[in-house]
Design a protein around this ligand. Structure first.
Ligand code: NAI
Ligand code: MG
Length: 500
C-alpha cells in the first residue's frame, strides 16, 4: 500500500524501542516472564504485529510485589525534596519526548498524534509535575482532645504501602500518570499492570524512570492479560491497595479479590453520560462540544457524553449540524497528519461496537450518519468503526443502556427541564454529564439535580491535574486528580502522648 505523503516517519528511537525484546520491569531491570510466555502487540491501524512483550503469571507478580515491598521503606523515607526532584524530572523528560511517546502511543492504541502527542503526553507530564509539588506538603496535625485530657495528640500521614495499579487501553500512558503520580507522591511503591492491548508506553516510561534515577523496585511493570497477571495482583496478600480503571465486571472481580486482606480500593469504572442541550444554548458551541463529548478518542472514553438529549424546539437544527460535523471526520492511521479519528484499539472492540450499532438499527433507531461497517478498502485491515449518529432512540434500547466505548451518538428529545433531568439520571452509572444553556438559574438547578461526579457546563471533557474527577453510583469510588486523589494513597496514624 502506498504510504501517504502526510505520514511522518516513525522516529528512530521509537523503531529501536519497538524492536527490543520487552521483558517485565521488576526491581529496576527488564527480565523475561518466569514461564517464558509472550503477548503480541498489534498496530490497530493495520492489524500488524509491531512488538512482543512478556506475559506475566502469578510467579512474576510475586517477584514484582516483593520488589515493591522491599523498596517501599526506602522510598517513603527518601527526603521529600529528593522524591519531588525525581518526579519533576520525569515530567520534564516526558515533555521533551512528547513526539516519541506520542508516536509510540499512536502505534499501540491507534489514536491520532493530535491527541497522543498533543494531549496525552503533556497531560501525563503535568501530572508528575503537579504531584511532585504535593510531596513536600504532606503534613499531619496536632490535635486537642474534646475531653480536655492532658494529652499531646498528633497525626502522621503515612503511605498505605504497596499499590497495585491495573489500567485500561484507552489512555495507556495517561492512566500511568493518574495512578503513579499520587501513589508515588504519597510514598507508596507500585506494581503497574498495563492493558494487554497497549503495554508499550508503560514499559517505555519504566525505562525512562530508571534512566532518571528512580530507585529499583519503586515502580514495577508487569505486562500480561487480566486472568494471568491482573487477577493474581488483585488477590495478592502483600498488596495494600488496588487502583483500577476499566469495566464494571472486572471491577466486581477486583472487589471480590480484595477481601483476602481487605485491600483499599480506588475504582474508576464505566459510564453512560448524558449531554443536555437546552433551547437557549449557543447552538454551534453545543454541536462542537457534543461532537467532542461523543467522538473524542474514537469514543473510547469512560466519560463519553453519548446520550444526547436535545430540547425538541432545536432538535432538527442540532441534528443537521452535528451530522455535518460527524461527516467531516477523516478516518485513518494515528500517525497520518490529516487523520482526525483513528481505529479502535482491537478487532474485538471493533466487532463489539459494530454489533451494538447493528442492535441499534434492529431495535428501531435511525442512523443519520454511519451505521454500517467501514467500507473503504484502504482501511480494511485496521480496526476502524464508522462514526455513527443515531436518532429515534428510546431509553430501553441496548445502545442507551450499555457502555458502547466507540464513536456512536444517540440523540433524542425532551420538553421540560424536569424531563431532561430524569432522562439524564436514567442510568446505573454516574460518571459525568454535560449541560448546554445560557440560563444561570437553570445551570445551577440542573447541575445539582444530576447524579454524576462531574457536570460540565457549556464545555465537555475538561480535565486538569488540580481538579478532582471520579464517579457516583456504579461508576466507582475514590477521586482521581487534584489534592483529593492523594487521600486514598495515604493513611492517618494518630499518636497519643500522656503529658501528666
Ligand atoms: P477490562 O476492565 O477487563 O480491562 C482493564 C484492565 O483490567 C486490563 O489491564 C485487564 O487486563 C485487567 N483485567 C481484566 N480482568 C481482570 C481480572 N480478573 N483481575 C484483574 N485485572 C483484570 O476492560 P476490557 O475487557 O479491556 O474492555 C471491555 C469493556 O470495558 C470495553 O468495551 C469498555 O466498554 C469497558 N472499558 C471501560 C473503561 C473505562 O475507562 N471505564 C476502560 C476500558 C474498558
Ligand atoms: Mg475484560
Amino acid at each position: 500500500m502506498a504510504v501517504p505523503s502526510t505520514k511522518p516517519a516513525v522516529l528512530p528511537q521509537v523503531q529501536e524501542f519497538l524492536d527490543r525484546s520487552h521483558g517485565l520491569f521488576i526491581d529496576g531491570e527488564f527480565r523475561p516472564a518466569a514461564q517464558g510466555g509472550t503477548l503480541s502487540v498489534l498496530d490497530p491501524a493495520t492489524g500488524e504485529q509491531i512488538a512482543t512483550v512478556a506475559a506475566a503469571t502469578a510467579v512474576d507478580v510475586d517477584a514484582a510485589v516483593a520488589a515493591a515491598r522491599a523498596a517501599q521503606p526506602g522510598w517513603a523515607t527518601l527526603a521529600p525534596s529528593a522524591k519531588a526532584d525525581l518526579m519533576w524530572k520525569l515530567g520534564e523528560a516526558l515533555e521533551q519526548r512528547a513526539q516519541e511517546f506520542g508516536q509510540l502511543e499512536s502505534l499501540d492504541n491507534g489514536k491520532p498524534m493530535g491527541e497522543s502527542g498533543a494531549l496525552d503526553v503533556p497531560l501525563c507530564a503535568s501530572l508528575f509535575k503537579y504531584y511532585a509539588g504535593w510531596i513536600t506538603k504532606l503534613e499531619g496535625e496536632t490535635m486537642t482532645p474534646a475531653g480536655g485530657l492532658d494529652m499531646h495528640v498528633y497525626t502522621l500521614r503515612e503511605p498505605v504501602g504497596v499499590v497495585g495499579a491495573i489500567i485500561p487501553w484507552n489512555f495507556p500512558l495517561l492512566m500511568c500518570g493518574y495512578k503513579l503520580g499520587p501513589a508515588l507522591a504519597a510514598g507508596n511503591t507500585v506494581v503497574l499492570k498495563p492493558a494487554e492491548q497497549t503495554p508499550l508506553s508503560a514499559l517505555r516510561l519504566a525505562a525512562l524512570m530508571a534512566e532518571i534515577g528512580f530507585p529499583a523496585g519503586v515502580v514495577n511493570v508487569i505486562t500480561g492479560d487480566g486472568p494471568d497477571a491482573g487477577a493474581p495482583l488483585a488477590a495478592h496478600r502483600d498488596v495494600d491497595k488496588i487502583t483500577f480503571t476499566g469495566e464494571n465486571a472486572t471491577g466486581a472481580k477486583i472487589i471480590q479479590a480484595s477481601t483476602g486482606n481487605m485491600k483499599k480500593l480506588t475504582l474508576e469504572l464505566g459510564g453512560k453520560s448524558p449531554s443536555l442541550v437546552f433551547a437557549d444554548a449557543d447552538l454551534d458551541a453545543a454541536v462542537e462540544g457534543t461532537f467532542g463529548a461523543v467522538y473524542f478518542n474514537q469514543g473510547q472514553c469512560c466519560i463519553a457524553g453519548a446520550r444526547v438529549f436535545v430540547h425538541s424546539s432545536i432538535r432538527d437544527a442540532f441534528v443537521a449540524k452535528l451530522a455535518e460535523r460527524v461527516r467531516q471526520v477523516k478516518l485513518g492511521p494515528g500517525l497520518d497528519a490529516d487523520t482526525t479519528m483513528g481505529p479502535l484499539v482491537s478487532a474485538e472492540q471493533r466487532d463489539r461496537v459494530n454489533s451494538l450499532i447493528a442492535s441499534g438499527l434492529e431495535q428501531g433507531a435511525t442512523a443519520v450518519v454511519g451505521g454500517a461497517p467501514v467500507s473503504d478498502p484502504a482501511l480494511a485491515d485496521g480496526f476502524y468503526v464508522e462514526p455513527t449518529l443515531f436518532t429515534d432512540v428510546t431509553p430501553d434500547m441496548t445502545i442507551m443502556r450499555q457502555e458502547i466505548f466507540g464513536p456512536v451518538a444517540m440523540v433524542s428529545t425532551f420538553e421540560t427541564d424536569e424531563e431532561a433531568i430524569a432522562l439524564a439520571n436514567d442510568t446505573a452509572f454516574g460518571l459525568a454529564s454535560g449541560i448546554w444553556t445560557r440560563d444561570v438559574g437553570r445551570t445551577h438547578r440542573v447541575a445539582k439535580a444530576i447524579r454524576a461526579g462531574v457536570v460540565w457546563v457549556n464545555t465537555y471533557g475538561m480535565f486538569d491535574v488540580a481538579i478532582p474527577y471520579g464517579g457516583f453510583k456504579a461508576s466507582g469510588y475514590g477521586k482521581e486528580l487534584g489534592r483529593e486523589a492523594m487521600e486514598p494513597y495515604l493513611q492517618t496514624k494518630t499518636v497519643w502522648i500522656d503529658l501528666s
